[in-house]
Design a protein around this ligand. Structure first.
Ligand SMILES: [Zn+2]
Length: 475
């Protein structure tokens, strides 16, 4: 038996969501204020059949405890085995019912064989035809004392007013992610399965608020009584959160090496479509966070819009991967790098720390302090710290003979990455004694320049340009 069926709530205590509706229903049963017809209105996938069945079962239970079905009496047992002819479930959306629903409603006039009440659960009731609604209305106007209707719909506006006015109406909410997670934690505990937080997050955020989806995915991922994120990444062929993060930074930086990364994903047989879906959610979350901080999110909006559009296009595309790579190129074309600095928090150049350290200006522990502080404070604050320690940051000093344009062209000839040459184009470059001081416009550009490969390439090019002893400082 699947975990979903195994853990389908058999009583109200186990129905751990929709607490408002649940409590109201229980109270109504407790006060014997049950009505002839209930109308349960809800968005899709909110546990409607479960609630309707629970209600039907509780109303008929011979020995309800705390307004819960006892699960032990003859009625409860027969219900579990689906042997109760007096509780009839109808899916109005399915064509098989179209012809006989009227006859079925007419049969409601006959008293139940074993239960106290004959109960009709009509799911997607808005799909009933006009004459079926008329038959239903007729019986609702003069209901036999032994009949109850539980009507359920996802589209309340399509149910005639005349029907609605004769029902007690309950409006359900979508099951929250927190409730879905709680249910998974409950199942994991019962089944003795250890699950890490990241896996929970992944499952919940990919369930589309549908508990059944969440439980099926959960079940599919269990291996040796465990679900762990590394296995999850491998099993689903998804890309880890860090890789997604890197990919997004590269997009914002217009780093052309992203094309190589993409090729690698394809050759590693990763699930590209799923990856782009992840990227979409990830970008959306980052955008919402940035919005809270009052930062410009126009780049994210572009990414999300173009991605959404691309996702639709892949359905008719000859080659999905090509469609996605065109999306990547489109983003690179459209991203506005001048606002990129607002997105990343200021991180002080690790390379400066290294350079200063090599020249014995400041101690290791002071470097540690800078590293820690650089996470939270701005670059100019860091400069203040430097000066308070009497440490001089290499300052720019114009020298006409350093041709930055030539430097960039030579870097291009040496096959430098696009992100490097692009960031340098935007930067201010000056020579101060034996230092080439590169003043970048944004912290993210600084980061793109200062990776080890770029650094050694720049030193090599400088050396080729007859500046073999030149050191580089990025500020
Ligand atoms: Zn019972």
């Amino acid at each position: 038996m699947s975990l979903y069926l195994k853990y389908r709530p058999s009583d109200f205590d186990n129905l751990m969501w929709q607490s408002f509706v649940k409590d109201t229903l229980r109270k109504a049963i407790a006060n014997q204020k049950t009505v002839w017809a209930y109308l349960l209105c809800w968005p899709r996938w909110t546990g409607k059949t479960t609630t309707a069945r629970l209600l039907a079962k509780t109303i008929n239970c011979l020995n309800p405890k705390d307004w819960n079905p006892c699960l032990e009496c003859e009625i409860c047992k027969n219900f579990a085995e689906e042997r109760l002819v007096d509780i009839v479930e109808i899916d109005a959306a399915s064509h098989t019912w179209v012809d006989n629903i009227r006859e079925l409603i007419e049969k409601a006039q006959f008293s139940p064989t074993r239960t106290k009440y004959k109960i009709y659960i009509i799911d997607e009731v808005h799909m009933l035809s006009k004459w079926a609604f008329n038959a239903l209305l007729k019986i609702l106007e003069e209901p036999p004392s032994f009949v109850k209707f539980i009507l359920a719909t996802t589209e309340t506006h399509k149910v005639p007013e005349t029907i609605i006015s004769r029902c007690q109406r309950y409006d359900f909410k979508r099951i929250s992610n927190a409730d879905i997670k709680n249910r998974l934690v409950y199942i994991a505990k019962k089944e003795n399965i250890s699950v890490d937080e990241k896996s929970y997050d992944y499952i919940v955020s990919n369930s589309n608020w549908w508990l059944r989806n969440a439980i099926s995915l959960f079940e599919q991922l269990i291996a040796d009584n465990e679900i762990n994120y590394d296995h999850l990444v491998e099993k689903l062929g998804i890309i880890s959160e860090n890789e997604t993060k890197d990919f997004l930074s590269k997009l914002l930086l217009r780093d052309s090496s992203i094309i190589d990364d993409f090729d690698k994903l394809v050759s590693d047989w990763k699930n590209i479509k799923l990856f782009f879906k992840e990227l979409l959610f990830f970008s959306k979350n980052v955008a919402l966070n940035e919005l809270k901080k009052n930062n410009d999110i126009s780049n994210y909006i572009k990414i999300i819009e173009i991605l959404d559009d691309t996702y639709i296009k892949t359905k008719n595309s000859i080659d999905e991967n090509t469609t996605f790579i065109i999306w990547v190129l489109k983003i690179i074309q459209n991203v506005n790098t001048s606002i990129v600095e607002n997105i990343e928090k200021p991180i002080f150049s690790a390379k400066i720390e290294k350079k200063v350290e090599n020249n014995n200006y400041i101690s290791e522990e002071k470097i540690e302090i800078i590293k820690i502080k650089s996470e939270t404070i701005s670059e100019s604050d860091i400069e203040d710290i430097f000066s308070s320690w009497n440490v001089e940051i290499p300052k720019a000093n114009n020298l006409s003979w350093f041709d930055s344009g030539l430097f960039i062209s030579n870097l291009k000839l040496a096959k430098a990455k696009w992100a490097l040459t692009m960031s340098l184009l935007w930067a201010e470059m000056n020579i101060n004694w034996s230092w080439l001081v590169i003043k970048t416009k944004t912290s993210i550009m600084k980061k793109s320049i200062e990776n080890a490969d770029n650094f050694s390439l720049m030193l090599k090019v400088l050396s080729d340009m007859w500046m073999p002893d030149m050191k580089i400082s990025i500020i």
